[in-house]
Ligand binder design. Structure first.
Ligand SMILES: [Zn+2]
Length: 186
């Protein structure tokens, strides 16, 4: 059951939050592996907010931490973003990651690619590569900026990257769709 809206739904639609004894007070338990007191919520801003105000999350946090709904939302988004970066570096270690326009183009020309990520501020070549990826049936998403993606890979800028591992691509997409839902109003 969602601790925010109260709707009964499958566990796969909910994100489990674990209340920690220390900071961060709310840990996102994506693999459902963490022990401890947890509550499950839809990864939606409205559900997290109401869970933090009056739902199970508020009860669990009482006496542990100041409950400010927006800061709980921000904490969850930050952890999901960390998780995406962790997944991308795992892909890099497996040599299942193409970084930058040239490497991405070469991989797509070899009919390889499970997820193309382009920076919000990438233009021209990013559009063209996203179209090529879509034509191959490869998922495409827009996330971060050239500077923030560059930071993650110790480059000054990175406009586009391609994940070449289906499992990692799916996990990244899950996190990004949660982030998007949490960033929407309502
Ligand atoms: Zn809900």
């Amino acid at each position: 059951m969602c601790a925010g809206c109260g709707e009964r739904t499958g566990a796969e639609d909910l994100v489990r939050l674990v209340i920690g004894p220390a900071a961060p007070f709310v840990a996102v338990d994506l693999g459902r592996k963490l022990g401890g007191r947890g509550v499950s919520v839809h990864p939606k801003r409205a559900c997290v907010r109401s869970a933090a105000v009056r739902g199970g999350l508020a009860k669990a946090l009482r006496g542990v931490a100041e409950v400010e709904p927006e800061s709980v939302v921000r904490m969850i988004v930050a952890q999901l973003e960390q998780r995406v970066l962790g997944l991308l570096s795992a892909a890099g270690r497996k040599r299942s990651l193409a970084l930058g326009g040239e490497a991405v183009r070469a991989a797509l020309q070899g009919n390889d690619g499970d997820l193309l990520i382009r920076a919000k501020d990438s233009r021209g070549r990013g559009d063209e590569l996203a179209r090529a990826a879509t034509a191959l049936g490869c998922a495409t998403v827009t996330w971060g900026t050239k500077a923030s993606l560059g930071d993650a890979f110790t480059r000054s800028e990175l406009g586009v990257l391609l994940v070449l591992d289906r499992g990692i691509a799916r996990a990244v997409l899950d996190c990004l769709s949660h982030i998007e839902a949490l960033s929407e109003d309502g």
